[in-house]
Design a protein around this ligand. Structure first.
Ligand code: SF4
Length: 366
């Protein structure tokens, strides 16, 4: 069996490692590109959201490379993510591909389906059962380590003196993680990465604007889907706090079912579950306002109902808590130039706003 998985952010080395150690021949899908999106757009229903189209294109590319099995995740709540697997299966079958799709549902919400999927996944294993905990644990350690190193890169990039250096070093770090498998190698890769990143020349006298990045999980995590907005903003000298990292999200949702702080913050504005990350987008905006951030950017797939609901409430949250919020809707028509122009205008506006505030404070002080 030649297995593949959805490509999302910096997680591919982790899934590649786990699946290959279980005993699969792994086909790592190519990083999403215009070709991936064009393929997905060609065969997906027109109204489907951009994550659905990119994933479909990615599966088609992996099938081209020889994959015959796809492992993916399911979903809960009033959002079509829960139907992704079935729809993808139907479209691929209609196109004449005989692929097996294994859908892993959230364990706390659908324990039976979760166990069935795990059983199916492990049917093909070529290692004894007692080795599995170590395989999954090392995958988990690697995911956490990658998130930690990525977060560090985001704390450094707005201060870098040579534009692009953090991105260059971070790519080297990811190459090291790609081959790190044992606990000692993962620890070594983490230490090397942090050392390399901290050696980047920085100007710490800067006082960057602070922006919170919120929205739907796939477009927040996958740089191709969001036109690399986080790196673009950081290279403009903005400190960006991304609300979602995969390890943290998995811990909060799948394992501990703990997102109370965000839900409680959203409560006065939106108390109902609207699917996807809609309620989180509200709660996170409230928390960013409370933490003194200069602004918030919402990343929303075009036609994504949960983010449309959040978008309709965000202007009220913005006025009430005095924090500017900009929404970027993303689909296959979205162009790089348009995104850059909107980011520059937003950052410019936030800068003027901060200068005005500081001017007013200086007047009060004199
Ligand atoms: S949250 Fe939005 S983008 Fe994500 S699957 Fe649901 S509808 Fe699509």
């Amino acid at each position: 069996m030649r297995i593949t998985f959805p490509y999302m952010g910096n997680s591919p080395p982790v899934f590649k490692q786990i699946l290959s150690e279980i005993g699969y021949d792994v086909v790592v899908p190519p990083p999403p590109s215009k070709r991936t999106l064009d393929l997905g757009t060609k065969y997906a229903p027109e109204f489907a959201c951009i994550p659905f189209k990119i994933l479909l294109g990615s599966y088609l590319e992996a099938i081209d490379l020889g994959a015959d099995t796809i492992v993916s995740t399911g979903g809960v709540g009033p959002c079509r993510a829960g139907y992704y697997g079935e729809l993808h299966r139907g479209i691929l079958n209609d196109l004449g591909y005989d692929v097996t799709i294994i859908i892993i549902e959230p364990p706390l919400r659908h324990p039976t389906q979760f166990l069935q999927a795990i059983k199916l996944l492990l049917n093909e294993r070529k290692v004894p059962l007692w080795k599995l905990p170590d395989i999954f644990w090392r995958g988990w350690l690697k995911l956490n380590a990658i998130d930690h190193v990525e977060k560090t890169s985001h704390d450094i990039r707005p201060f870098e003196i040579n534009k692009g250096e953090t991105t260059f070093v971070f790519r080297q770090c990811m190459e090291e993680f790609d081959v790190a498998r044992s606990r000692a190698e993962i620890k070594q890769a983490t230490e090397n990465s942090l050392r390399k990143l901290s050696a980047i020349p920085q100007d710490r006298s800067r006082e960057p604007l602070k922006i919170g990045l919120i929205g739907e999980i796939y477009v927040v995590l996958e740089p191709f889907a969001n036109h690399d907005v986080q790196v673009k903003l950081e290279e403009m000298g903005v400190l960006v706090d991304r609300s979602i990292y995969l390890a943290e999200w998995t811990r909060n949702n799948a394992i501990k079912n703990r997102e109370y702080e965000v839900k409680r913050a959203a409560e006065p504005f939106l108390s109902e579950l609207v699917g996807g990350h809609g309620r989180n987008s509200i709660g996170e905006t409230v928390l960013y306002a409370q933490q003194g951030f200069d602004g918030v950017i919402q990343l929303a797939p075009f036609a994504c109902i949960p983010e449309i609901v959040a978008k309709s409430i965000l202007p009220y949250v913005s006025r009430k808590l005095n924090i500017p919020v900009m929404t970027l809707f993303l689909d296959e028509q979205t162009g790089e130039g348009g995104i850059r122009t909107r980011l520059e205008a937003f950052v410019d506006m936030l800068g003027q706003r901060r200068n005005k505030k500081e001017g007013q404070l200086a007047c009060v002080g004199t």
